[in-house]
Design a protein around this ligand. Sequence first.
Ligand code: SF4
Length: 187
Amino acid sequence: MSTSDIEEFSEIKCLTCTWDDTSDCEKCEVQGKLDCKWNRSLLLRFYKGAMPAMLFGGIGFIIVGLFVSLIPLLIYIVFWIFFFGFFEIRVLCSHCPYYAEDGRILHCLANHGTIKLWKYHPEPLNIFEKGGFLAGALFFVLFPIITEVYGISALLNQSNLANPYVILLIGLSVLSLISGINFFIVL
Ligand code: SF4
């Protein structure tokens, strides 16, 4: 590491107290108002918020995959790898104080365990990054619901409303919508 690299790194560390063990949280004016220190219960809160949406969406993808088409599931798997593995950690996470920790693995309150492919960006998100993240987050929540509605329509064309999988998909689409809204609130 060159001298200029060390100076730049020191400046970045001074910008955030998230990973500074010597920070005096007791005297901090935002203590309790900001989730700025790693905490297992805060990570679990995120998982609890995310799990219902993923569970209902996942069941919907399986039913549509079994009885209609596997294409929506394949699209979602490709999106998932691209969005969470590469895109989101660049446009959002690389700006987050949790990202400033030393090492290649991200420890934070949501994407815990992700590999840090990008360098830390202490500056705020620009408008393209905000738009890109919002578009990806909306796709993440809405695509399972769109898939379930597509499955209902396709199954109705093959049979009728008495088909148990149609009824199941109707229930799942409602649950996916409610849990997706709840997930956004947790975020
Ligand atoms: S998911 Fe990204 S933005 Fe959210 S806490 Fe983790 S590093 Fe920060």
